[in-house]
Every structure is written in structure tokens, then in C-alpha cells.
Write a protein that binds this ligand. Structure first.
Ligand SMILES: Nc1nc2c(ncn2[C@@H]2O[C@H](COP(=O)(O)OP(=O)(O)OP(=O)(O)O)[C@@H](O)[C@H]2O)c(=O)[nH]1
Ligand SMILES: [Zn+2]
Length: 198
């Protein structure tokens, strides 16, 4: 899918927005703003140039620790409170104070821990819904580990709810995604992992 972010186009659109706001895009303080915003978009939307398969490939370092996995077939890995940012697709507004926690039961492959944080970070760099961030992280972790028990829990604040519209600062949204046969059918395991993720 390898898509390019069109810096020139974003820059010229931002210039038009400045004009539509009634400001002068050629005044000193705004002269470089279209270019700056375009570069910022290139950074914060970097995940839009990659498919989930490509992210899985990019961060797919795994360890085939068969013995270890066998011995610990009922043990889990939990990476908690990974801070990320994202932008909501409805208002292009910032999602902030976001914390992602991922739990999974290793099957044959164990993923490098930092890669879980890298995946969460990259998935946040798309126009998103909080629910979809969880689904996409879970899908990528499943592609890499082939685990049948994955949970992704996300807490986040949405500036489209806190600084505009209904304006309720402090409102925290929590979403939970389950992925895999085992987690979908084993409610005890679900409860245990959820407790450990809190
Ligand atoms: N489910 C979900 N909804 C979101 C997310 N981010 C923003 N929204 C919601 O998307 C909805 C868009 O609703 P609309 O009625 O089309 O837009 P609006 O008139 O700006 O809505 P208000 O925010 O209520 O003023 C709002 O209720 C937002 O709170 C998200 O990550 N997940
Ligand atoms: Zn929004």
C-alpha cells in the first residue's frame, strides 16, 4: 500500500485555511506555518503510509523460545501504560493522555517488548477512532506472535470532547479489545489478564 504524504499539497491547503480564517499567510509569524504544519503532519501521520502487514514486518522481531514457551504455556506477557498520541478522524482533534496496555499469551513466538511499544506508537500515527487503535494493535500483535489470546486496553482523552463541543475536561474513555480463539472463550483468563493490566 506504500502511500506518500503529499507535503506540498498539505502546505498549500494550510495556506488556504489561514486565508479562510481571515489572516494574512504572508505576515512574518505565519510565513513558514504551512510548511511547518505539513512537516508535523508527515510526522504525526507516519502510520498512514504503512499497512498493518508492513508494520508487522517492520517490528516483527521474535524469539523462537520453544522450551520457554512450553514451560510457561499458561503465563502471559503484559506491557502496560505505553503513552501514545493520536488524532480523531471526525474532527482531526488530538487524542492525548493515552495509555496503551497489551497482554498476550505467547504461543510459538515471543515478540521483542519494545516492538509492542513501537506498534502502538505507529498505529496512533493515523487518523483514528480509539476503538480502532485497539483493534489494529491486536491484529498486528496477532500477525507477529500467532497468539490466540491478546487483549489491548486503552485509556485516553479526546480534545474534541474536552476543549470543544460538549467541553468535559477530564473525561476518560477506556476501550478493550479481545483477539484470538482462546481469549474469546476463556472468561477466567480474560478476568485474570484484565486484573493484571489494571
Ligand atoms: N466511538 C468513538 N467516537 C469518537 C471518537 N473520537 C471522536 N468521537 C465522536 O465522534 C462523534 C462525531 O459526532 P457528530 O455528531 O458527527 O459531530 P459533532 O457535531 O462535532 O459532535 P459533538 O462532538 O457532539 O459536538 C462525536 O460524538 C465524537 O465524540 C472515538 O475515538 N471513538
Ligand atoms: Zn473527534
Amino acid at each position: 500500500m506504500k502511500r506518500q504524504i503529499d507535503i506540498e499539497k498539505i502546505s498549500s491547503c494550510i495556506r488556504e485555511i489561514l486565508i479562510a480564517l481571515g489572516d494574512d499567510p504572508d505576515r512574518e509569524g505565519l510565513r513558514d506555518t504551512p510548511k511547518r504544519v505539513a512537516k508535523m503532519y508527515e510526522e504525526v501521520f507516519a502510520g498512514m503510509t504503512l499497512s498493518n502487514d508492513e508494520i508487522a514486518q517492520l517490528f516483527g522481531t521474535t524469539f523462537d523460545e520453544e522450551d520457554m514457551v512450553e514451560q510457561s504455556s499458561n503465563r502471559c506477557v503484559i506491557v502496560r501504560d505505553i503513552p501514545i498520541f493520536s488524532y480523531c478522524e471526525h474532527h482531526l482533534a488530538l487524542m492525548y493522555n493515552m495509555k496503551v496496555s497489551v497482554a498476550y499469551l505467547p504461543k510459538e513466538k515471543m515478540i521483542g517488548l519494545s516492538k509492542i511499544a513501537r506498534i502502538a506508537d505507529m498505529v496512533g500515527r493515523r487518523l483514528q477512532l480509539q476503538e480502532r487503535i485497539g483493534e489494529e494493535i491486536a491484529e498486528i500483535v496477532e500477525k507477529i506472535t500467532e497468539s490466540d489470546a491478546i487483549i489491548v486496553m486503552i485509556h485516553g482523552e479526546h480534545s474534541c470532547m474536552t476543549s470543544r463541543g460538549i467541553k468535559k475536561p477530564g473525561t476518560l474513555t477506556t476501550t478493550v479489545t479481545y483477539r484470538g480463539e482462546r481469549i474469546n472463550h476463556d472468561s477466567d483468563l480474560r478476568q485474570e489478564l484484565l486484573m493484571l493490566m489494571k
